[in-house]
Design a protein around this ligand. Structure first.
Ligand code: GLC
Length: 733
């Protein structure tokens, strides 16, 4: 034993030495390259030279760096002019979006998801994939919630870590975004976000901190908005002090597309790579002739970037030391070395493989959330059904190209209707009626409702697919609606007259399962009492329809859980009740502070429609034997036994929350501090173990303006959702 331990320590020390020696060697090579570069060559690397590339230095073997959206698939190709290319091989794997991934609560799946994305990005010749999006879901209305992960910082962080490692193990830089506090779309380019230091540290930064410290993310994207009066993309506090200072981030911070506003601030407050200003210049009011006349700017659009000719001038006239430029180039070169762009030893990646598509299916299967299932209405029994009525335009609508920059040209996309046809074959007669039209400003269509009601009456079961949409015409950038970049939902009310349709169909045939596509909750109070079963499907990717059909008919036992609270009505949501959303007079005050999502609902004892962490299964699970023991360095070990007490195999997401009973500063009713997804055959029992590090018990003290250990009594709460606590134990810290 003695020998083995010594041997292991020796191996560890050698590997640490090797890694640091290698790192030192790379730093040396980077500095040698910088020493050989002219100022123009250096500056050419810190701004874009096309829509998605930034400059290299060919004579020194430094390639251009190629970035691409997006968080759930590699975006279609387009040239410098932002017009989609024709006839290129860019139809790829369309993964379920961020909210779906988070709804799996499966960290291992996060890694596999990132690996698929990284592999497809490599195949498509990219170096940086612009994801994951980890902005906290503060309001259910944010148009980009579908791309993000959760309202909870811990769940967001845990899912992002796996994703980033998966991407980067494929030789691709992940670019965690949007740093920071980009929690709305309307006015995203101008809104000035104000919040307490505690809210920043406890809610809005943890996922970014984990990306840097736990996942070693190579790139970070600054956000469009201001924060406490300064643009986030070049922000002395957020970037220099916290990201690069406290967290020691050594990678590159790139702007969002067109989020740089000032050369000096970008130079001094941390922007390492300016992207997308061509969009601003191409569509700005300043005409080319006027610009040329006033600043004798070169005709080249990219030389007119903030970190281009102007930066060169400022170094030349001595107002900016060249070392400022060197540090940016150094960070970019580090990413190039970490992704083997310099030595060229890169894997080729894979595209549209069966394995990639199977992973998309797996994520969809594990992400779909069974919200309600009265009297075990689901799963439907195939042999008991002769006719099934499928209703709703969302049952037949493809979503991949919607949503804005995260669009994907899917190799294929199985809609809910197609998935049901695939699953049922000729065994069951499937009717389809549109039910509602996805068109701007349209209300309930009596004809379509009548048609749907007739179909429902003549069916043994009904699958009504409603919800939101990415937009009306995906080819038009500014035609996005509801779940899309650049827009926020006006409210939580189902559009296109769906509430009327649902009420009528439920009356016509109570054997109806309601399925919702979309990036967030809808108000259900007008019909929920009459609904036997409700499923939240989010945007489930290219295999979504197959996953949905397998869940409805029981081939897959649903295991997804909500990563965000579903309020009964918008007014209950803290961002709207206490805070500003989307903001007033250019300012959004996050008055709800740390009380985001279930932190608010549980502290204020307001019942949501469906709680954070909620999701049903076709089986049941028992929790027992909660044990707690102290470990070294102030860690706590928590274990319990979970048993599948039903007849179906299934997966359970065991969640551990902490409630700090008494302390001098207010704390939320509960906070998620650990979770695990376990798979149990019918009757099987497993031991579940969590290790709570000391940081689990810390909070950011407003008084002391630093992290502090929260001493005193805690309730340790373990359950299947934030509102379904099965076991608890009082502990003293
Ligand atoms: C967009 C988005 C960002 C995206 C970038 C490039 O405006 O905010 O998420 O990666 O520009 O398309």
């Amino acid at each position: 034993m003695e020998l083995t331990l010594k041997h292991l320590c020796l191996c560890f020390m050698v590997s640490v030495f090797f890694v640091s020696a290698q790192a030192q060697h790379i730093e040396k090579e980077i500095n040698q390259l910088i020493d050989k570069m002219t100022l123009e060559e250096k500056v050419g690397m810190i701004h874009a030279n096309s829509s998605f590339t930034s400059g290299g230095v060919e004579r020194l073997g430094i390639p251009e760096m190629v970035s691409s959206d997006g968080p759930h698939g590699v975006r279609p190709e387009h040239g410098r002019d932002w017009v989609l290319d024709e006839g290129v091989d860019d139809a790829g794997t369309y993964l379920p979006t961020g909210l779906s991934l988070a709804s799996t609560w499966n960290k291992r799946l996060g890694y596999q998801y990132g690996a698929v994305l990284g592999s497809e990005a490599r195949y498509r010749g990219k170096d940086v994939i612009l994801g994951p999006g980890v902005n906290i879901i503060r309001s259910p209305l944010n148009g980009r919630n579908f791309e993000y992960l959760s309202e909870d910082p811990y769940l967001t962080a845990q899912m992002a870590i796996g994703y980033i490692k998966g991407v980067q193990d494929q030789g691709i830089a992940a670019c965690v975004k949007h740093y920071a506090a980009n929690n709305e779309e309307i006015d995203r380019g101008t809104v000035d976000v104000r919040m307490s230091e505690r809210a920043l540290r406890e809610i809005y930064l943890p996922a970014f901190k984990a990306a840097v410290e736990d996942a070693n993310v190579y790139a970070v994207m600054g956000s469009y908005n201001k924060f406490r009066g300064q643009y986030a993309t070049h922000h002395e506090y957020l970037v220099n002090k916290i990201l690069k200072g406290e967290w020691g981030f050594k990678g590159l911070l790139m702007s969002d597309w067109g989020s740089v506003h000032d050369t000096k601030e970008a130079l001094l407050f941390g922007t390492d790579l300016e992207m997308g200003t061509d969009l601003v210049l191409m569509y700005s009011s300043v005409s080319q002739t006027e610009a040329n006349a006033t600043e004798k700017l070169s005709s080249n659009l990219y030389d007119r970037f903030f970190l281009a000719d102007t930066a060169i001038k400022m170094v030349r006239n001595g107002s900016i030391p060249v070392e400022v430029i060197d540090d940016k180039v150094r960070r970019i070169l580090r990413v190039m070395y970490q992704t083997q762009m310099i030595d060229g030893k890169r894997n080729n990646g894979e595209y549209n493989t069966k394995e990639h598509q199977q992973l998309a299916l797996k994520v969809a299967e594990e992400s779909i959330v069974l919200l309600k299932n009265e009297n075990q209405f689901l799963p439907l029994k195939k042999k008991e059904i002769k006719t099934i009525a499928v209703i709703g335009e969302n049952a037949s609508r493809e979503n991949a190209m919607g949503g804005g920059s995260s669009q994907v040209k899917a190799k294929y996309e199985i809609t809910p209707l197609a998935g049901l046809k695939n699953y049922l074959g000729d065994a069951v007669n499937i009717t389809y009626t549109r039910g509602y039209k996805i068109e701007r400003d349209i209300t309930a269509d009596a004809g379509l409702i009548a048609e749907a009601v007739e179909a429902a009456k003549n069916a043994d079961a009904v699958v009504l697919v409603g919800g939101w949409t990415h937009g009306y015409d995906y080819s038009k950038w500014n035609d996005n609606a509801y779940d899309a970049e650049g827009t926020d939902k006006p409210d939580m009310i189902l559009p296109f007259g769906q509430n009327e349709l649902i009420s009528e169909v439920l009356k016509a045939n109570p054997n109806t399962v309601l399925v919702f596509i979309g990036g967030g909750p809808v108000e259900m109070h007008s019909w929920i009492a009459n609904a036997k079963s409700i499923i939240q499907a989010w945007y489930p990717g290219m295999e979504g329809g197959n996953a949905l059909a397998k869940i409805i008919f029981g081939e897959v036992n649903p295991s997804g859980k909500l990563p965000m609270t579903f309020p009964k009505k918008l007014e209950d949501s803290p961002a709207h009740k206490l805070g500003d959303f989307p903001g007033k007079n250019g300012v959004a005050n996050y008055n709800e502070d740390i009380y985001v999502g279930y932190r608010y609902f549980d502290t204020q004892k307001i019942d949501p429609e469906f709680a954070f962490g909620h999701g049903l299964s076709y089986t049941n699970f028992s929790y027992k034997k909660l044990m707690v023991s102290e470990l070294a360095n102030n860690e706590l070990k928590v274990s319990l036994k979970v048993k599948n007490t039903g007849k179906e195999d299934g997966a359970e997401i065991v969640q551990l929350y902490l409630h700090h009973q008494y302390h001098k500063e207010d704390r939320p009713e509960k906070e998620l501090k650990a979770f695990d997804k376990i798979y149990l055959k019918a009757g099987e029992e497993k031991l579940v173990e969590f290790i709570l590090p000391e940081s689990s018990f810390q909070f950011f003290s407003t008084d002391a303006n630093k992290w502090e250990m929260g001493s005193g009594n805690y309730n340790l709460l373990v359950g299947s959702s934030s509102r379904a606590i099965k076991l608890q134990r009082q502990i003293l810290r």
